[in-house]
Design a protein. Structure first.
Length: 112
């Protein structure tokens, strides 16, 4: 699977990919906010595809807990502290910015 375009919203990376991933995992949980792609550990703010838009997206996780999106119509990913990101139709993988501890060389997801 080749990454063909990157969208970034804070610590969330949204890669458009050139092929569809088969849904062998489980559908992403629909919350009262919609699809939550990432939630801040400290702020409670979230990267969200709002509830009214979820019928335009198939969102699921694989067994490694990686999130995949199949966007059928334009959707907006929103966050309380970042500009909104518009995703055109296509297939996407959600990833996160990591940081490396210079002393231990341990790699950790950036905390929001």
């Amino acid at each position: 699977m080749k990454k063909i375009k990157l969208y970034q919203q804070g610590d969330v990376l949204i890669y458009k990919v050139d092929e569809e991933k088969e849904n062998k995992g489980k559908n992403l949980k629909i919350t009262p906010r919609g699809y939550v792609l990432a939630e801040g550990e400290h702020t409670g703010h979230a990267h969200v595809i709002d509830l009214p838009q979820i019928d335009k997206v198939l969102a699921f996780m694989d067994n490694e807990m990686e999130i995949f999106l199949k966007v059928q119509e334009d959707v907006i990913v929103r966050h309380e502290e970042h500009n909104s990101v518009s995703l055109p139709p296509g297939n996407y993988i959600i990833d996160y910015v990591n940081e490396v501890d210079p002393f231990t060389e341990e790699v950790n997801k950036v905390a929001d």
